[in-house]
Design a protein around this ligand. Structure first.
Ligand code: ACO
Length: 332
């Protein structure tokens, strides 16, 4: 039976480091508040413009191809997960295909925020198992820094996010001991307004007005405590469901790679699943929340640091705007 293998993972973050103290110069916050509530010490912001997620993705894809030992030209489909696409349209996937020199290769954008990588993984897995494509490039990439409200009104969100991209190369295998075992994703749009950017909006006439800028609805807004409660409920629930339906226990897991939204959320999730701290990846202190990029970025670093090796069982879990959430189980 055809299955999907993760052949290579790569990542790229911009070189500009922005510390909590740097943010404290722009609005009222402190390194202590940010670290205590989120675990974040610094994040990366793009250092020049124009620079979109498709630009950050190019070196990430090249690194993933090198690790997969394939040429970029072998990629036969692109899936690009992002909440901060380079432009409203066209999508970042087509821009990436052009920057990689891959004319004619299909490119699909996925708009499922922090769960975007897992949604993309499920689609890639289905494509490959159906025999449609042989080298799918799944990217998560974000440029958040150009869209954050760096004032006291926006400080709850502005401290959380960072820029970055990560890519995985996926291909067919018949080896059931080295494959994507399962991905389960969910959505509940009743929480849409608890974490969103309200404007500009195609449901408004006209879609953009000066008033939208004046009333600050062009910036991301979040009900942090509610998002926190949803995330700490849904992430362990879906992770447990994926473990159970595949007949594995947490003892079989080499590493939990959770979406990096908040260190406290991930510590809570690990505790609820009874996964010991040494089996949980945290890199939020260096990068903040890189949304669709965060799971593959953490996986890429874990592989580079030798924290996981071929044959290890890895559990992914994510929760984000939408609301969307999901979990995945992969044997590397
Ligand atoms: N610096 C200092 N004080 C701040 C800041 C800041 N950056 N932001 C908010 N505060 C203040 C608030 O104004 C509030 O003050 P008040 O008590 O005088 O009203 C106080 O700190 C506490 O605010 P809360 O929002 O209740 O703080 P909380 O302890 O919940 O922490 C946080 C906030 C870190 C945002 C938390 O709610 C959280 O992590 N939520 C989840 C974030 C998340 O996971 N997002 C989803 C992923 S993103 C995506 O999918 C796109």
């Amino acid at each position: 039976m055809l299955r999907t293998a993760i052949l290579g993972v790569g990542h790229h973050v911009p070189s500009k480091v922005v510390t909590n103290d740097d943010l404290a110069k722009m609005f009222e916050t402190s390194d202590e508040w940010i670290q205590q509530r989120t675990g974040i010490k610094e994040r990366r912001f793009i250092d020049h413009v124009p620079c979109g997620p498709s630009d950050l993705a190019v070196p990430a894809v090249r690194m993933a191809c090198e690790r997969a030992k394939i040429e970029v030209s072998e990629i036969d489909a692109i899936i690009f997960a992002t909440l901060s696409p380079d432009y409203t349209f066209p999508g970042s996937g087509v821009l990436l295909g052009d920057k990689l020199g891959l004319p004619g290769i299909p490119a699909l954008d996925i708009r499922n925020q922090c769960s975007g990588f897992l949604y993309g993984l499920q689609v890639a897995d289905a494509w490959i198992r159906a025999g449609m494509y042989k080298r799918v490039c799944l990217v998560g990439g974000e440029v958040h820094s150009t869209g954050l409200d760096f004032t006291n009104e926006g400080r709850d969100v502005a401290v959380l996010f960072g820029d970055g991209a990560a890519a995985t190369i996926l291909g067919p295998t018949e080896d059931a001991n080295r494959c994507v075992m399962d991905v389960q994703v969910h959505a509940d749009g009743s929480g849409a307004q608890l974490l969103w950017i309200e404007s500009p909006a195609s449901c408004q006439m006209p879609r953009i007005t000066h008033e939208m800028i004046d009333n600050r609805s062009v910036w991301p807004s979040m009900n942090g405590p509610k998002v926190f409660r949803w995330a700490t409920s849904k992430m362990p629930e879906v992770a447990q469901a994926v473990l159970e339906r595949n007949g594995v226990t947490v003892a079989d897991i080499a590493l939990l790679v959770p979406h990096q939204a908040n260190r406290r959320i991930n510590e809570f999730v690990a505790q609820k699943l009874e996964i010991p701290p040494e089996k949980v990846i945290h890199n939020i202190e260096k990068y903040g929340n890189t949304t669709a990029a965060s799971i593959p970025l953490a996986l890429s670093e874990a592989i580079g640091e030798g924290r996981v090796k071929e044959g290890d069982l890895v559990l992914f879990a994510a929760f984000g705007a939408g609301f969307t959430w999901g979990a995945g189980l992969v044997r590397l």
